[in-house]
Write a protein that binds this ligand. Sequence first.
Ligand SMILES: [Zn+2]
Length: 251
Amino acid sequence: MIDWARLQGVYGPAQDVPALLKAAGTGADDAWSELWAQLWHQGNTCEAGIAALPALASLAQHTDRAVRHPAIELAGEIVGAALREGRPLEGTEELQRPLALLSAAADGWLSERPADYRTSFRAKLALDGFPVLSDALDDFVDFCVEVRCPGCSDKVGIVIGDFGCYSSIRDWDLGDVHPIPLRPAVPDDLLGIARRLHHAAVRDDQPRLAWGLRHVFGGAECGACGAIFSPASALETRRAAGGGAVHRVPE
Ligand SMILES: [Zn+2]
């Protein structure tokens, strides 16, 4: 049994969380907003948030989508925050099954082609071990992130959008210096989670997203040292140092 009163929520002891989870299972909107408030705050989570994941995984199997969808979305935000904060999730064996259930439920949500597809895709990315990409994801019109080159540690800008798809060394005064075209992955060459994420975007008729993912999961060249690296992997190394145990290794 979880001793909720001993666990910290965002604003203090979490003794109200079990009752809120129960009420949320009936679709009560105010219970959901209170759960959000207690378990997640501006990209951060807490002990109680992680302790709530098994219950959220159960709610994610609910027949009513008004219960299922918020459970997946909240769980995605909690997992994303936990991974970015470097909290170990995979080390905890009791979380493996809930995380697998949540990932599968997120895939089911995507296949329903929700109106706000990106929100559900962000949850899926976080649950599948890509919390930083989840946070940075946009519609790939003007996707722009900065990563550390794994070869020389220089800062490299990765741009994917209407203005081109390239890596560059960014200069405050000169802008993107020496842009080098990205090397998008060939869909058949994608492996593991990256392959399944791309497949979901194609299946759900999200061509722009699928196109962006091929670039994120493809190769980028560092203009400083010539190293070729995966933008997605370089992005995920921005997580907090120390923990960062991912429940599945990004490929
Ligand atoms: Zn480099």
